[in-house]
Design a protein around this ligand. Structure first.
Ligand code: GRF
Length: 202
């Protein structure tokens, strides 16, 4: 399975995937390309340092479908048959999503369906929850609403700010995301309605 990784920023989740690949733990998945919608983000340097093709498809000035067409064309050029959203901060429409049924995975920093959207950490802190976590899920046309593949719980400690909570959550997602990508590539995940079978809860 050739995976295209879409990023928008720091790329620590991308790094976790690259490190897993270097250790031989991602096979039969291969990271075919990394595409960022923003130029000059650290994620691009991480890809280049690992010898993985890294490109920018800038969304600015493009209508949503035109942007998605460019992404699709670049993914096709790299013969990607699956997509990982690793901190990719654009919403994808059915125009894109329908091209990769049960082949797009996202990592989200909350225990979905709690706290969807772009401010999950801040929303969890504002709500005063004692447990939050990470959800890795299939992407459909809903916002953070596709079938859940794997979750890990993370405690909220007294006095946490967003940075402290983010660090704790990211340790979990860096562990979970590569495992999910490996299982998907190995054909070990199956989806019956909303229920994804094939990965053990932790
Ligand atoms: C991650 O916390 C992920 O859950 C969210 O965006 C963040 C990206 O971080 N979707 P990074 O770019 O992988 O460091």
């Amino acid at each position: 399975m050739r995976v295209g990784v879409l990023v928008s920023g720091t790329g620590t989740n991308l790094q976790a995937l690259l490190d897993a690949q270097a250790r031989g733990e991602l096979a039969p998945a291969t990271i075919a390309a990394v595409i960022s919608n923003r130029p000059e983000v650290p994620a691009l340097g991480r890809a280049a340092a690992a010898g993985v093709p890294a490109e920018v498809v800038d969304h600015r000035g493009l209508a949503r479908e035109a942007f998605e067409d460019r992404l699709l064309a670049r993914l096709a050029a790299h013969r990607a048959d699956a997509v990982v959203l690793a901190g990719f901060m654009r919403v994808l429409t059915p125009h894109f999503v329908d091209r990769f049924p049960l082949r797009i995975v996202n990592t989200h920093p909350s225990l979905l369906p709690a706290f969807p959207g772009a401010h999950a950490l801040e929303d969890a802190l504002a709500h005063g929850v004692k447990l939050t976590g990470v959800t890795v899920h299939f992407v459909d046309a809903s916002l953070d609403g596709g079938p859940i593949i794997a979750q890990a719980a993370v405690p909220v400690e007294d006095g946490d700010d967003a940075a402290a909570l983010r660090a704790r959550i990211q340790r979990e997602e860096h562990r979970l995301l590569p495992r999910v990508v490996q299982r998907l590539a190995a054909g070990r995940l199956s989806c019956q309605g909303r229920h994804v079978i094939g990965i053990r809860a932790e």
